[in-house]
Unconditional design. Structure first.
Length: 383
């Protein structure tokens, strides 16, 4: 599995390498006790609080300096242990698509238009979230015994959605349609609060990134020249956010992971292939033309085996094992293989069939996980 090496590279670059020794724990404990003691003595002898400003500033600068040096050392270690190309790619995955692909065009003019209309998008999103997404999320969370979900406040903030680049297809397309792919980024300053299970919480730092396809079809001879739009993600977008408030403190149990899973499911059910968001622009075009996509074919996948996977479960004697299984996704379609226990060389002989709606752009993703009954979530082995 070549994806396992990339996962390892990203882990080395972004995280500290190595374990924590007893001496380091004792040192950290002693440092915190010393800090508390100094603050207590300053208050006990009634010294001015201004004596704390200098040490606090120096401490913050020192921590930032340590983080920068640690990142530099980790990158150097990764370059020594792995392929330098993989190290570089692990740091530039979030760059816009026009950096890598010459046929993708920058569209700063469109981003300026989005900034202008963002307040109107914000207002529309509030209605959509309240009327459509909230009932669906409430129903999904009830399966996890989390009842009474509702949004209290919804504000997408002042930072708009951004389009990293657009690719317009001019080959292998019908004359009656226009197809374009948009690299979508959103990392705004949204302010969303909710209540679930009698506990109030909020969502901050919400991020979404994915490739969105917009199909203009059919082209007609009367205004507005385009009969309608089909808007959808080719594959599941990457979604991330942070919980704030009591929901973050209590994390009841694994609320962040459950919410993330539910949000991904809701986005997939609305506008990840084979689901599309139809927008009708002309009364002359039947709604079925936009709502009923025709598949291009069926993809049959045979997962045979994997070899030399990582040992995620380390025993007392140092011997390791894993309980691997495979998840295959094609758009919103997901398939899971059986779990093979206590092995790093599993043989699944697993078959699945997926309907393919867009052979140009739609991806087959294979993720390997280690099943763990004791922890809250399974650990990723590779992709």
């Amino acid at each position: 599995m070549t994806g396992a090496s990339k996962e390892k590279t990203e882990s080395i670059v972004r995280k500290k390498i190595g374990g924590t020794s007893i001496l380091s724990v004792l040192y950290s404990f002693a440092k915190k006790i010393s800090t508390v003691a100094i603050v207590y003595l300053i208050g006990y002898f009634e010294f001015s609080a201004a004596w704390l400003i200098g040490p606090v500033v120096l401490s913050v600068i020192r921590e930032e300096w340590k983080k920068e040096n640690e990142l530099r050392r980790n990158v150097a270690k990764a370059a020594a242990l792995c392929n330098e190309k993989e190290v570089i790619l692990a740091r530039v995955d979030d760059l816009p698509s026009w950096v890598f692909f010459p046929d993708v065009e920058r569209v700063e003019w469109l981003n300026r238009i989005l900034r202008q209309v963002w307040p109107n998008v914000n207002h529309y999103a509030k209605t959509l979230i309240k009327d459509v997404i909230e009932p669906n999320v409430r129903t999904s969370l009830e399966a996890y015994k989390l009842n009474g979900f509702r949004f209290e406040r919804m504000n997408l903030g002042s930072i708009p959605l951004r389009i990293g680049g657009i690719k317009v297809y001019d080959r292998n397309v019908l004359r009656s349609e226009i197809i374009m792919d948009m690299d979508i980024f959103y990392a705004g300053d949204c302010d969303i609060s909710f209540t679930v299970g009698g506990i109030k919480g909020g969502i901050k730092d919400f991020q979404i990134h994915g490739m969105m396809r917009v199909v203009m079809k059919p082209l007609i001879t009367s205004m507005p020249l385009v009969g309608g739009l089909q808007v959808y993600f080719l594959n599941n977008p990457t979604i991330d956010f942070n919980l704030v408030g009591m929901a973050d403190l209590l994390d009841m149990p694994g609320l962040s992971d459950i919410l993330r899973r539910v949000i991904v499911e809701q986005v997939a059910s609305m506008m990840v292939l084979p689901n599309k968001l139809p927008i009708r622009l002309s009364d002359d075009v039947p709604a079925t033309v936009l709502k009923m996509p025709e598949p291009e074919g069926v993809l049959r996948v045979h997962v045979v085996e994997a070899k030399q996977l990582m040992k995620m479960d380390i025993g007392v004697l140092g011997k390791g094992k894993s309980d691997p299984y495979v998840i295959i996704t094609v758009g919103a379609q997901e398939f899971r293989s059986q779990t093979i226990n206590n092995t790093v060389n599993p043989k699944w002989d697993f078959w699945c069939e997926s309907i393919v709606y867009e052979s140009q752009g739609q991806a087959l993703e294979v993720h390997l996980y280690d099943a763990d009954d004791l922890s809250k979530k399974d650990e990723r082995l590779g992709r």
